[in-house]
Design a protein around this ligand. Structure first.
Ligand SMILES: [Zn+2]
Length: 152
């Protein structure tokens, strides 16, 4: 008997194949198109420089802790956050000099953006953003709890 496959499609497991459609849109993954999920690059709701809180995951990953987004990987739907999901890398001594010792490095691993929530520094809560047009006619994000502007 075959093990039951989950219907939820992971962006990470989907094969990545780039093809240009007649419409001019880039197809990231054929698997996503087949499942009718999307033929576009998955949208990430946070951007670089945002303060975010990890809402799901293990204690080791840093659940319920905050960090700053340093890099976005929209192709995979993932982001890299400062101080979250630290992975240990063992670096061997490669230099020609003697007595050089290896080192243990802690490097941030990528996290699915859906596990993260925007964090409001004014009311100290994870929040969703709402779009507000400011006096200059520019769209900025506001906290849904305290109406404080998140973008500067
Ligand atoms: Zn707030």
């Amino acid at each position: 008997m075959k093990p039951q496959q989950s219907k939820a499609l992971s962006y990470a497991k989907a094969p990545i194949s780039k093809k240009i459609k007649p419409g001019g849109k880039t197809v990231v993954s054929q698997a996503l198109v087949k499942h009718g999920v999307s033929n576009l690059i998955p949208k990430i709701h946070v951007k670089r420089g945002d303060i975010v809180m990890l809402m799901s995951g293990s204690k080791k990953m840093g659940i319920k802790t905050t960090g700053k987004v340093t890099r976005c990987m929209p192709k995979f739907g993932k982001v890299i956050v400062e101080g979250l999901n630290l992975q240990t890398h063992y670096v061997k001594p490669r230099g020609m000099q003697q007595n050089e010792s290896g080192e243990i490095k802690k490097i941030e691993g990528p996290i699915f953006a859906s596990k993260l929530m925007l964090y409001c520094t004014a009311c100290k809560k994870p929040t969703r953003a709402k779009q507000v047009v400011n006096a200059k006619g520019k769209k900025i994000r506001h906290c849904r709890h305290c109406n404080e502007a998140i973008d500067g």
